[in-house]
Write a protein that binds this ligand. Structure first.
Ligand code: AMP
Length: 195
């Protein structure tokens, strides 16, 4: 499937190290160079603001989806190509998932983790076949990757689903993987003997 829009989940904070916002800028440029639009949470703050600003500066399309309660706290970006103001966080996540052809997590906190893990869970259940990836900037996700290795080892996540989560240390390497991604033909609810 040709990827036209990618949803980027990332921190509403900037993090301790400027390397995270720099990575957001670099991802934005690489998306624009490939003619891929950005779908994201619509905020002007943190790494979220950095990725949107860089897409707009590069002449790309940035589509925000933000719940009303956050928009009125004035964190909404005011110069996006499109801003959808929705009723709830659930509506926001559903719309972002629907609009995008793939999902990337840049460094972020609980919100970022929750959003990318929801997409992984849906992929494992076969609710979508879109690529999901971690951008492991400056080793930020090393601890999470080690945790996940243990989750496979302890058989809480079946090894068969490992290919569902793509990983790279820089944006173009991840986007190259997205371009050729084929969802594994496995479903969580299948018995082992049906696989
Ligand atoms: P976090 O990683 O905890 O900073 O949360 C970032 C993610 O959660 C983003 O991808 C947003 O969709 C959502 N989010 C959390 N906090 C905010 C906020 N203040 N403004 C907009 N979106 C937010």
């Amino acid at each position: 499937m040709k990827i036209k829009k990618i949803c980027v989940y990332c921190g509403s904070s900037s993090g301790k190290n400027p390397v995270y916002s720099l990575a957001a800028t670099s991802l934005a440029k690489d998306l624009c160079a490939r003619g891929i639009s950005l779908v994201y949470g619509g905020a002007a703050v943190g790494v979220m603001g950095a990725v949107a600003d860089a897409v707009l500066a590069a002449g790309g399309e940035a589509i925000g989806v933000i719940p009303k309660s956050l928009a009125i706290k004035e964190v909404a970006h005011d110069s996006l190509s499109e801003l959808h103001v929705v009723a709830s966080m659930h509506e926001r996540k559903a719309m972002m998932a629907e609009l995008a052809d793939g999902f990337i997590a840049l460094p972020g906190g609980w919100g970022t983790l929750e959003e990318i893990f929801e997409m992984l869970t849906w992929a494992q259940l076969g609710f979508h076949e879109k690529p999901c990836g971690l951008l492991n900037i400056d080793g930020y996700y090393d601890g999470l990757i080690a945790f996940l290795d243990n989750a496979f080892e302890q058989q809480f996540v079946n090894e068969l689903y490992r290919p569902i989560l793509l990983m790279a240390r820089e944006p173009n390497a991840l986007l190259d993987q997205f371009a050729v991604y084929q969802a594994p033909k496995v479903r969580k609810w299948m018995g082992e003997d049906e696989l």
